[in-house]
Design a protein around this ligand. Sequence first.
Ligand SMILES: Nc1ncnc2c1ncn2[C@@H]1O[C@H](COP(=O)(O)OP(=O)(O)OP(=O)(O)O)[C@@H](O)[C@H]1O
Length: 243
Amino acid sequence: MSAAPAVSFRGVGKRFGGRTVVDDLTFDVRPGRIVGLLGRNGAGKTTSLRMLVGLTRPSAGEALVFGHRYADLPDAGRRIGVSMDGIGPLPGASARRELRIWASSLGLPASRADEVLEIVGLSEHAGRKAKGYSTGMRQRLSLATALLADPDLLILDEPANGLDPDGIRWLRDLLRGLADRGRTVVVSSHLLAELEQTVDDIVILQQSLRFSGSLAELTGGGTERLEDRFFELAGSGVGGTHV
Ligand SMILES: Nc1ncnc2c1ncn2[C@@H]1O[C@H](COP(=O)(O)OP(=O)(O)OP(=O)(O)O)[C@@H](O)[C@H]1O
């Protein structure tokens, strides 16, 4: 397939102070794929996603969405949906009101707020203040925000955190449905078993790139477990010998 990549990291590096936290990261994400970004705590996943959406400036290389830096991509706010800590509606008003404000800033009709609340299963709680939401409900609200403009590319940092088993299953179906409609999803997660059931492709990051390719390629067509391959490629952890 010759479609231009939805996401390209080209020699991306990031240093904070004198410390390198992302080193020479290069990989592409093809449109219509669900890609799992995998790495231990502190591996540089969030930093990499933040560089992709222009929230952190790379120290080297470039992180591109649809061939452009985020800041230079026309209509970036509508083409790219982001669910990440620190991005999303402020929790002061009701979820519906916050989403309506967000929709308006994207040039979308207010009715879109109720549509995405329905999609993420929050319709019943739409009138409640988001600051009273549970962790899982906040996660759903963050996803609702990312989905508002029905974007071409979704960038989701740990979207399964706080979701119950029903929520995790729902998220999996949601992501698959989006990919079936040609959308691209980049999702970071620690939940290896969950990722194994959800993604097409895997990127393993441990400061530098350890693997980029299809899940099938990584697991020998399912003959090896993702968890085993992860430990082989990411090296031994610093937090102990048991998982
Ligand atoms: N603004 C910052 N200033 C200094 N160091 C930072 C900053 N942001 C991140 N770091 C450091 O960069 C490294 C990578 O952090 P990052 O949040 O990208 O990792 P992660 O893979 O997302 O981890 P986790 O799975 O724990 O969320 C960490 O050592 C972190 O402390």
